[in-house]
Every structure is written in structure tokens, then in C-alpha cells.
Design a protein around this ligand. Structure first.
Ligand SMILES: [Zn+2]
Ligand SMILES: [Zn+2]
Length: 334
């Protein structure tokens, strides 16, 4: 039987990666893993395991070109991997904007990088605030050249600052651990009021069979405002609806589809918002257009939230990741 803690723990890091064959420049491999260093060594036959195809067809050795990371779960990374492998037919890329027209077409680095851009822009993935790390100089130049002119979401972080994967992974780990060390101290101290609903949150009194709530803690310096994750999510979603501009809605934009707003209305407790906000939501729902299949997004996940106390922006994927780690820590401190 798994330990209770294991039920709540997520991998600290999970990425989707792109390998290029050094022997055959037109050969690529797309996968996902929590450990890209070990995975590359497996593909190159240095250690056991890894995909059979990468060893048998004379493509080895492989080099790591780029990774996409920041996924809220390993499932999300697998979804990205699958869409990337099937860029010619995935529902995440509308037919009109596809650059890979068939399974075998577009076997060059420019196409692979173009497809990453198209997927980052897909509504489903755009909400995850994914980041891109490029390890190869030529690939970075091609990324910047952007052969297919694909747009990116506003907050997309793309970097080529690390020559070695190990340096990069250590940097990410150090950064996240430094933030997490601050957060966990606050939560183990005892009772705190949720900044949205004012109900007490206390991780120091977790019963054996109880599932503790997910808690958001502001990660900005000198703040540490606490809120239930669901409370903050509701607030952030309503703010998103309010901030949505009329032209986008009128154009049937994917930013907020009718289906999304409908789901928000059903799942959002509107009683705590002003009458004006509620009217606005309903009005927009009524004016909204039918949503296409390509417009599918996860309707209950905000992109970002605003800290109730310090007013600074919180990137949602980071909030969720910290909340998950905190809960695992609360169940079994380590
Ligand atoms: Zn609350
Ligand atoms: Zn704050």
C-alpha cells in the first residue's frame, strides 16, 4: 500500500524533450521525463532502459535540443508529448495553422521548433505558463528566426542560458527550494486565515484519515498571504472574466469561450461577488458564441491570480505546484 504522502506528491520536475540525432540530422525523438539527464543517457545506450527505437536504427548518439517544462502534472507533460508527436493531426493545433501536413512531412529542426510554438499557443497549454529551455546554439538561432512566424503567449519564458543540462536543472531546483523553504515554515507555524473566505487553515492538526486542503501561499518577498487554493482560483477566474475585453468575446475568441463561462458560472460561488460582476458574467455568457472543438480549454484553471494582500501577480502553475508540495509536507514533514 502506498504511503499517504505518496498520494499527494507530484514530481518536482517534469518535461517534454526533443532529441536530434547527431548521425542523421533529420531524425528526431520526442519524449517526456522527470529526469532528462538520465533519459538522454538511456537513449544513448550509456545506461539501461529508454526507447528501443533510439538505439536500433543507427541514429545514436542523440543530443538534447530543447525541453519544455513547468507542467502542472506529469499527465500534462504526456499530453504535450502526444500532441507534439502528432503535430499533423492534434486537436490542439487548428488545421489552418498547422505546419506539419502529414506524419512524415516537416522533418527538420525548424518544423519541430515551429510545432512547439504552435502548441504553447494552444489554449489548453497556454494556460500552463510553460517555459522553454534550449541547449543548442543553432536551435536557439532557429527558434529566434521563427521560420513560420508563430506567435507565443505573452508570458512565455524562453532561455538559452545554460550549456549543460545539469547546471540548468540545479538552478531550477535551487530557485524552487529557496521559495518553498519560506512557504513551509509559515504553514507549519499553525493557524492562518484564508485571505479570501477568512476560514482558518491549519496544517499542524491534520488527522490520520483526513485529506488536507490545498493552500496557496504568496511567494513574493515579505508577504506570505495564505488562501485556500479553491478560494483563490474562484477569485482569479472571476477577475479573468471581468478583464476580458468585449472585442475578443464578440470575435468568438478562444480566450473565453461560451462553454468556459458557462462552467465558471456553475462552479463559481457568485454570492460573494458584487451584483455588477454577476450581471457582467451573465451578460457575457448570453452574448458568447458557440465554442469550436479547437477552443477547448480547462475551464476551472486560471492563468494567474492576484495576491489579496500584496496585490502582486501570482503565476498559477507556480501556486499549484507549491500548494501540492506543501500538502505533501503537511502530511509527512521531511
Ligand atoms: Zn478560503
Ligand atoms: Zn502577496
Amino acid at each position: 500500500m502506498p504511503k499517504k504522502k505518496d498520494l499527494f506528491l507530484v514530481a518536482d520536475f517534469y518535461c517534454c524533450y526533443l532529441l536530434q540525432s547527431l548521425a542523421k540530422q533529420q531524425s528526431f525523438y520526442i519524449g517526456s521525463t522527470p529526469d532528462p539527464i538520465r533519459r538522454l543517457r538511456q537513449h544513448n545506450g550509456e545506461i539501461k532502459g529508454g526507447a528501443w527505437r533510439t538505439k536500433k536504427d543507427g541514429c545514436a548518439p542523440w543530443k538534447m535540443v530543447t525541453i519544455v517544462y513547468g507542467f502542472p502534472s506529469n499527465i500534462a507533460a504526456l499530453q504535450f508529448e502526444h500532441a507534439f508527436q502528432h503535430a499533423h493531426q492534434t486537436r490542439h493545433i487548428p488545421v489552418a495553422t498547422r505546419i506539419s501536413k502529414s506524419k512524415v512531412a516537416g522533418r527538420s529542426l525548424a518544423y519541430k521548433l515551429g510545432n512547439i510554438r504552435l502548441l504553447l499557443m494552444a489554449p489548453f497549454f497556454a494556460r500552463m505558463n510553460l517555459k522553454v529551455q534550449i541547449f543548442d546554439r543553432d536551435a536557439y538561432e532557429q527558434w529566434c528566426a521563427n521560420k513560420f512566424g508563430a506567435r507565443l503567449p505573452d508570458f512565455t519564458f524562453v532561455d538559452q542560458g545554460f550549456a549543460e543540462m545539469s547546471e540548468f536543472l540545479q538552478y531550477i531546483k535551487d530557485k524552487e527550494n529557496a521559495i518553498f523553504a519560506r512557504l513551509k515554515e509559515l504553514v507549519v507555524q499553525g493557524s492562518h486565515k484564508c485571505s479570501v473566505c477568512s476560514v482558518e487553515v491549519d496544517y499542524t492538526v491534520v488527522e490520520e484519515r483526513e485529506v488536507p486542503p490545498l493552500v496557496s501561499v504568496c511567494y513574493h518577498a515579505e508577504c506570505l498571504s495564505v488562501a485556500h487554493l479553491t478560494c483563490l482560483a474562484r477569485k482569479a477566474l472571476v477577475q479573468e472574466v471581468e478583464a476580458c475585453n468585449e472585442a475578443e468575446l464578440a470575435a468568438g475568441s478562444q480566450v473565453l469561450s461560451r462553454a468556459q463561462m458557462f462552467t465558471k458560472l456553475r462552479r463559481t460561488d457568485l454570492t460573494q461577488y458584487s451584483q455588477a460582476s454577476r450581471n457582467l458574467l451573465k451578460e457575457r455568457l448570453e452574448q458568447g458564441e458557440e465554442v469550436s472543438d479547437a477552443g477547448f480549454v480547462n475551464p476551472v484553471v486560471p492563468v494567474k491570480a492576484t495576491c489579496v494582500e500584496c496585490g502582486r501577480v501570482l503565476v498559477w502553475s507556480a501556486v499549484v505546484k507549491n500548494a501540492t508540495r506543501l500538502r505533501a509536507y503537511a502530511v509527512e514533514p521531511s
